[in-house]
Design a protein around this ligand. Structure first.
Ligand SMILES: Cc1cc2nc3c(=O)[nH]c(=O)nc-3n(C[C@H](O)[C@H](O)[C@H](O)COP(=O)(O)O)c2cc1C
Length: 203
């Protein structure tokens, strides 16, 4: 597995489904991707309440290596504060291969859809769109109101890929990890990475 030169921004926000973020980051690291990671305050809260991963303190890459002892994680993680609007990834001149917001809260979706740029996640997403790079949003909320739906349409109109956290069941998942890997695999596929995290449907 090698893709050492890729740089992908990952934003984790305060929607349920931290496992989707962790399995996506694991897969990116397996492919040697340099992950530029931003975690919102509520993103950290949800990760810590839904998993055993401590988001504050400690080297996140080492924590992930320990958590996913099965995986050969050759990539790297560069971490940013969501409040740091002067970070390198706040500028279009810092080249990346795109950005994933996983899971994406309805609040951050609204901010991105309306170009608010009040946090680094929103700013980096805005920059990703203005530079014509790939932006994948993984919204998680149910049921959806009309505001959520309109914001998804606005983001899609601006060029974002909307990839809802909706695992399929035709691959006969046995674990939560199987379900999360289906979503992670679909995300990576949008970046042209054939991760083999899920079995494509075959008749
Ligand atoms: C335990 C927990 C679960 C949440 N789940 C969701 C969710 O699935 N989807 C969502 O849009 N917001 C959810 N929220 C609300 C967001 O965390 C909240 O709107 C927050 O302001 C999002 O901020 P952020 O986008 O900066 O992370 C949840 C909050 C908590 C505390």
């Amino acid at each position: 597995m090698s893709d050492a030169k890729r740089k992908i921004i990952v934003g984790i926000t305060g929607a349920s489904g931290a496992v989707y973020a962790l399995r996506t980051i694991r897969a990116l690291l397996q492919w040697g991707v340099e992950v530029h990671l931003i975690v919102s305050d509520y993103g950290a809260y949800v990760v810590e309440s839904e998993t055993d991963l401590a988001m504050k303190g400690g080297n996140l890459l080492e924590l992930l290596r320990a958590k996913f002892g099965d995986a050969d994680l050759t990539g790297d993680i560069v971490r940013y504060s969501n409040k740091d609007l002067a970070a390198s990834i706040s500028s279009g001149s810092f080249h990346t291969d795109g950005m994933i917001v996983v899971p994406c809260s309805m609040k951050t979706l609204a901010g991105i859809a309306h170009g608010i740029t009040g946090s680094l996640i929103e700013r980096a997403a805005d920059v990703t769109l203005k530079e014509g790079r790939k932006l994948v949003l993984v919204p998680r909320e149910t049921p959806l109101n009309k505001i959520h739906l309109k914001n998804m349409l606005a983001a899609a109109d601006a060029g974002a890929n909307i990839l809802p956290a909706m695992p399929a069941f035709y691959q006969k998942p046995e674990t939560i990890t199987d379900l999360a890997d289906f979503v992670a695999g679909r995300i990576l596929a949008l970046f042209g990475i054939e991760s083999k995290l899920f079995e494509p449907w075959q008749r």
